[in-house]
Design a protein around this ligand. Structure first.
Ligand SMILES: *[C@@H]1O[C@H](CO)[C@@H](O)[C@H](O)[C@H]1NC(C)=O
Ligand SMILES: *[C@@H]1O[C@H](CO)[C@@H](O)[C@H](O)[C@H]1NC(C)=O
Ligand SMILES: *[C@@H]1O[C@H](CO)[C@@H](O)[C@H](O)[C@H]1NC(C)=O
Ligand SMILES: *[C@@H]1O[C@H](CO)[C@@H](O)[C@H](O)[C@H]1NC(C)=O
Ligand SMILES: *[C@@H]1O[C@H](CO)[C@@H](O)[C@H](O)[C@H]1NC(C)=O
Ligand SMILES: *[C@@H]1O[C@H](CO)[C@@H](O)[C@H](O)[C@H]1NC(C)=O
Ligand SMILES: *[C@@H]1O[C@H](CO)[C@@H](O)[C@H](O)[C@H]1NC(C)=O
Ligand SMILES: *[C@@H]1O[C@H](CO)[C@@H](O)[C@H](O)[C@H]1NC(C)=O
Ligand SMILES: *[C@@H]1O[C@H](CO)[C@@H](O)[C@H](O)[C@H]1NC(C)=O
Ligand SMILES: *[C@@H]1O[C@H](CO)[C@@H](O)[C@H](O)[C@H]1NC(C)=O
Ligand SMILES: *[C@@H]1O[C@H](CO)[C@@H](O)[C@H](O)[C@H]1NC(C)=O
Length: 327
């Protein structure tokens, strides 16, 4: 019996899990009409029915929540994905920009390195130039100082020379005056408080534009050609230089008491293989002296015989000549 009850109960309970359960629970009158021994079982049935319902509601709720959740996560994912895609695009662009920037910076860097190398070379060059210039400046400074010293020396020397010139000018002026006095006395001698001027000094013979001193001492006082020239210089004159035939004749005519190789020295001698006058001119009229010129030979004038070549060391008389005064 119990077993049947139990079987009935289980049958009912099995129903609980069926979809009819709700209708069973909501229609208790059917069970109430059963015996009192079954009332307890009905009570459990109701409880179980309610719990089952709750279970179903709970499961449904969970499912609902889960479905909601899944959909919402899906939605969020989609938005994020889009944003991520966007962000990726942006980041790609930024990356490209950065790559470009990197490339530019790299090339700039290489440029700068090259420029730095160039600048280093230029700086080295400039350093060298500066070194040279500094040396030059030092040199020039030293040279400048040197020149200053030299300049001072030269200034002192200049002052010395200026003084000397002043001194010499002073004495030259004094000399001029005494010379003038001498000239006046020589050419315009005083006789009875009167001065009479002549073109040649006393003892000198005037001829054309010259004055001639015929030196005719005794044999012991005769001179070599050099001695004779020195004597003429002492008289502010030279051994006679003959310019033309007229003068040559005059000299010959005045070569008194001459004969053979005893004549009068004139201002003509051989120098470097040429006949030369004492005023430096060459003898142009080679016919005036016979024979080829030999060094150590000098010319004498002999009456009626013209000029002759004799050794300069011979002792002879001599003729001095100076310019005549023009009055
Ligand atoms: C996308 O980038 C913006 C700024 O540009 C940032 O605020 C956002 O968080 C980024 N989104 C993701 C999913 O990284
Ligand atoms: C990339 O650079 C260009 C100019 O160089 C600029 O206009 C652009 O906005 C930059 N893009 C990004 C994403 O920075
Ligand atoms: C390198 O020097 C050149 C001229 O010598 C100049 O034109 C260039 O701009 C310089 N480069 C940099 C990166 O400064
Ligand atoms: C350095 O100077 C030399 C001549 O002194 C010249 O040839 C060279 O070009 C210079 N270099 C630079 C970088 O200026
Ligand atoms: C330095 O001076 C020398 C002569 O003393 C000259 O030849 C040279 O050019 C100078 N150098 C410079 C860089 O002026
Ligand atoms: C400096 O001057 C001396 C002579 O005074 C000369 O020999 C030398 O070369 C000069 N040096 C320079 C760098 O000009
Ligand atoms: C000036 O000249 C005299 C000689 O006339 C000489 O003795 C003297 O040393 C000179 N003085 C100077 C500073 O040159
Ligand atoms: C110039 O003459 C004066 C006096 O006559 C003398 O003291 C001075 O030393 C002379 N100077 C020179 C340079 O001869
Ligand atoms: C001194 O005489 C010469 C000629 O012998 C003349 O040239 C000079 O001017 C004269 N000097 C003075 C200061 O008169
Ligand atoms: C000859 O020379 C003298 C000077 O020695 C000169 O006075 C005279 O006029 C000259 N005679 C001829 C003709 O050239
Ligand atoms: C004199 O003559 C010689 C040789 O004929 C010649 O070399 C010299 O130049 C002449 N001198 C003068 C001052 O004419």
């Amino acid at each position: 019996m119990y077993r049947t009850k139990m079987r009935k109960k289980s049958c009912l309970c099995q129903n609980i899990y069926g979809l009819n359960c709700i209708s069973i629970c909501l229609a208790p009158a059917e069970f109430l009409s059963d015996k009192k021994s079954n009332s307890r079982c009905r009570h459990y049935q109701q409880l179980a029915c309610c719990l089952g319902t709750l279970c179903i509601i709970l499961v449904l709720g969970i499912i609902a929540v889960s479905v909601y959740h899944v959909t919402s996560i899906h939605e969020i994912d989609e938005t994020e994905l889009n944003q991520l895609k966007e962000n990726q695009t942006t980041l790609n662009a930024v990356n490209r920009n950065l790559t470009k920037l990197n490339n530019k910076l790299n090339s700039d860097n290489e440029d700068l390195k090259r420029n730095q190398t160039k600048l280093t070379l230029q700086m080295n060059n400039l350093t060298q130039v500066i070194t040279v210039l500094e040396k030059n400046v030092t040199n020039l400074t030293a040279e400048n100082q040197n020149l200053r010293g030299k300049n001072e020396e030269l200034e002192a020397e200049k002052k010395n020379l200026t003084d000397q010139i002043q001194n010499m000018t002073t004495s030259w002026n004094e000399l001029n005056v005494s010379r003038a006095q001498w000239s006046i006395d020589a050419y315009c001698p005083k006789t009875n408080n009167n001065r009479m001027c002549v073109v040649c000094q006393t003892g000198w013979l005037p001829f054309q534009s010259g004055c001639y001193a015929i030196n005719n001492p005794k044999a012991s006082e005769q001179k070599t050609w050099k001695g004779a020239q020195d004597d003429c210089i002492g008289k502010i004159s030279d051994l006679a230089v003959v310019n033309n035939e007229t003068e040559k004749s005059y000299i010959s005519d005045n070569s008194w008491d001459s004969s053979g190789n005893n004549g009068y020295w004139i201002g003509l001698r051989v120098k470097d293989g040429n006949w030369k006058w004492v005023d430096g001119r060459n003898l142009t009229k080679s016919a005036w002296i016979p024979g080829s010129p030999t060094d150590g030979q000098c010319a004498i004038s002999v009456t009626n015989q013209g000029f002759k070549s004799v050794s300069c060391s011979e002792q002879n008389r001599w003729i001095c000549k100076k310019k005549a005064l023009t009055l």
